[in-house]
Design a protein around this ligand. Structure first.
Ligand code: BG6
Length: 462
């Protein structure tokens, strides 16, 4: 990475910058992957360079993956410039332009670590900054509240930045085992050759969380599990799991295959919504700070979806996510069809977090004088050693490096985002129109009872 780059963080005194971005930059710096870059942090508070470095020291100590070293941190800090500016004021961008001029900047990467309502104000302000238009921009979710608002936001951004320079962060795409799905799936004939409806009974993608909405009640109550987790993270995983094999092995090829898959989800108007989705809310959610006392926002969603193509004919894709559940666990479970009714099916589990690994269950003959069939397993734990933890970059480190390398394969593309918004909007609308309940479930449970029924039902045709 010899290109001179300037990362500018809008929202440099916010939680995302402190908790994720600066610790990730520190890790990159410690690994010598950051020698040619500078960080410009923009914030409204009147800090000087030293004050800002003192503040971020604690965050780096607490959240960086690599051990804190004082001399390393001090030289890392030399890479950072804090610029006090109110990014909602157009004239403030003249100061920014003057600042860049002094520093002979090169390639610009702008990180919008702020609420989406500020995106167009910032883009407008950047018109005053020479060369900013050729820069790359990184944006966080939520990208809109529905398809319509996301489209508007996208048009605003594209009127300023080149479409190919807009990087939509989905931090799940930076997770080690999400990145590993393609390798496990395509580079092992053991799995690659049976990855279809003839051999697979169903696929489950499960993202369970123990935490509730914590301090994010105001945002979450306007969002809910479908928009917060399904539309982005889980649909991205679904598309990588189920897409057709790559042919050209390029970033474009990957995005195209994922998009095609999302477009092949069985249209919502062809689904019986009762047999498709269950929404729930944890008991006590309405008492959380900044949540409406009569809120019906879902904190749990379970879906039973189908993909209408040759490969997946009638294979159920079961998606489940929720807060305040009995465990924190994210995994993909592929259950194969059993060859005989009395034999346990083979199962492949791709464990994404907190444990990273791969589990396979298969059948053997019971040892000894018996013809009984015994299901046994192999359980590969990738994250069980300390060396692994120290050597594995965190999601944000990978994503910052990827934007630097202009590697879009680590990001979701606008057309995927638009397609998944349209699908989630339609699901929500049908559920509301059918007046289906948002089931209350106890904290520390596995979610509403109705979701087990949804997952275990056997509708005709499957
Ligand atoms: C975020 C959601 O995108 O992902 C949060 O907004 C959720 O509600 C979080 O808790 C989960 O991320 P992770 O990396 O902890 O699984």
């Amino acid at each position: 990475m010899n290109e001179q780059v300037t990362f500018t963080i809008f929202g440099g005194t916010g939680d995302l910058a402190y908790r994720k971005l600066l610790p990730a930059f520190y890790n990159l710096y410690a690994n010598q992957a950051f020698q040619h870059a500078k960080i410009v942090v923009l914030g409204r508070r009147p800090y000087d360079h030293e004050q800002y470095c003192t503040i971020i020291k604690d965050w780096v100590m607490q959240f960086a993956r690599l051990p804190y070293r004082e001399t390393l941190f001090q030289s890392f800090c030399e890479k950072i410039s804090y610029v006090c500016m109110d990014f909602t004021k157009e004239e403030a961008y003249d100061t920014l332009a003057a600042f860049y001029k002094q520093h002979q900047d090169t390639q610009h990467i702008f990180y919008f670590a702020v609420a989406p309502r500020f995106f167009s104000t910032i883009a407008q302000g950047l018109l005053r900054v020479p060369h900013a238009k050729q820069g790359r921009v990184v944006i966080e979710k939520p990208f809109g509240e529905d398809r319509k608002s996301a489209k508007r936001l996208n048009e605003q951004l594209e009127s300023f930045f080149k479409a190919s320079h807009i990087y939509h962060i989905d931090h799940y795409l930076g997770k080690e085992m999400v990145r590993n799905i393609q390798t496990i799936r395509f580079l092992n004939p053991l799995f690659a050759n049976v990855w279809n409806h003839e051999c697979i009974a169903h696929v489950q993608i499960s993202a369970m969380e123990e935490v509730g909405v914590e301090t994010r009640g105001a945002y979450y109550d306007q969002s809910g599990a479908l928009k917060d987790m399904v539309q982005n993270h889980l649909f991205q995983i679904l598309s990588i799991l189920a897409m057709e094999p790559l042919e050209a092995f390029t970033q474009e090829d990957l995005h195209e295959k994922q998009l095609t898959l999302l477009q092949q989800l069985r249209p919502v108007d062809q689904l019986n919504i009762q047999d498709t989705m269950v929404l729930g809310q944890y008991f006590g959610y309405q008492k959380e700070a900044h949540v409406a006392h009569d809120s019906t926002t879902e904190t749990f969603a379970a879906l039973r979806l189908y993909i209408d193509n040759e490969r997946w004919q009638n294979t159920p894709f079961l998606i489940r996510t929720g807060k305040k559940l009995n465990k924190r666990e994210m995994e993909v479970i592929i259950t194969f069809k059993a060859p005989f009714p009395n034999v346990e099916p083979n199962v492949l589990i791709i464990k994404i977090q907190p444990t990273e690994g791969v589990y396979v269950r298969f059948n053997i003959k019971k040892p000894g004088n018996s013809e009984e069939i015994l299901p046994v397993s192999m359980d590969f734990c990738q994250s069980c050693s300390d060396i692994h933890r120290i050597n594995t970059p965190e999601a944000y480190e990978r994503l910052l490096q990827a934007v630097w390398h202009a590697d879009t394969s680590w990001f979701s593309s606008w057309d995927q985002i638009e397609t998944s918004w349209a699908y989630v909007d339609a699901l929500k609308e049908r559920y509301e129109n059918a007046q289906l309940p948002v089931y209350i479930y106890p904290s520390g449970s596995e979610g509403p009872q109705a979701s087990y029924e949804l997952f275990t039902m056997q509708p005709q045709g499957e």
